[in-house]
Design a protein around this ligand. Sequence first.
Ligand code: HEC
Length: 355
Amino acid sequence: MKKCNLYMRFKQSQDAWSSYGSCHPDGLADGVTWIFGTGPRQTKPLDGMFNKGTNMSDQGLLNWSAIRGSNTDFNNNSRATQGGCEALDAQTLWIFAAVRALNQPHPSNVQPGRDVFAANCASCHGGAKWTKSEISHRDNPAAVAPNGAPLDPGVTRLPPATNIPPANEFFSFTCNTLPINYLEDVGTFDVDNPLEIRDNAAAGTAFGVNGFNVPSLLSINYHAPYLHRGQAQTLEEVFPLHGLGPGGVGFPPTTTIQTELTAQQQADLLVFLKSIDGTTPRFRSEGDVFRDALRLQGPCPPPTAPSVCLLGWSVRCKEARLGTEPRRCASVPTLMHSQSMVNVPTSYRRHIRAL
Ligand code: HEC
């Protein structure tokens, strides 16, 4: 691939054997549970990756195990594993500018379910992306090398598990004693399940014992099957598997959505869940609370000086081709998310407007 094309159905690999469109038709999901180095993983739709409403630089962490800081972080994968190169920044742009959530039917009786959601689910699944997952650390990528130390001093990465090939699993971010967890345990990881293996049947168990990156519930009605390895065929089937309340962590969870909510609350919740789409009024999540608290308290401690300073969109493309993993300049003293429209060349902006 020699040009940064804007459409992700183009090649992302050397001989066109793969593109984003292979697993994410129209930017959504193929409904398949794939096997990866981290374990069995349901394809995630990309409609909930960015906050498209109020803040386009608000991006969720990627992958079920938060092993990628951002979409640009996939440069490594596209370049090293698939032999592709420059498509990734264009894809990032396409995802935040053009991928749209599918509209859902809006019945008139969603309010009771909204109330159940506000009380029990919104802390994790609220926010503009319908997940609290948010890149709040400054660096992009969060670590230069797999299993390398995180670049931002506030990011914690779990130690590499025995026999597991290098992969980052970011766990939390702390700024001036304010912490937020990137991974949450809702009792869905059964270490003894024979399906919790990694690709090539490599030794060691799959990732998940420390929890998962909270998935987006945007247009969730359309994205069955559910949970990290597709273990629930329907939203109803999620309820007895998904921990909630005092016994909601660890496997098996002793309290779940099913045991904690009455039959009426569950029925109401289902009506609301099936109606969530890009037009649904939002809730505040723990991510929003954290971000606003950070803004009030002032700048986080600065990270150490970057080795490669990323100046802009096209520079990132060039450096990716040269084999170095470019980093954002760390000169911005407050919160800095990954990509922002400031870096987008005018020609791309014109493309976006045309989409
Ligand atoms: C403490 C944070 C937290 C809370 C609170 C929470 N969830 Fe979740 N939820 C998660 C995590 C983490 C996962 C991913 C678990 C997995 O895939 O193994 C998840 C997965 C899901 C999924 C599957 C999404 C998908 O793409 O497959 C649904 C549906 C869901 N939750 C609904 C709810 C509902 C409804 C509530 C409230 C009754 C709720 N959750 C409360 C953290 C939370």
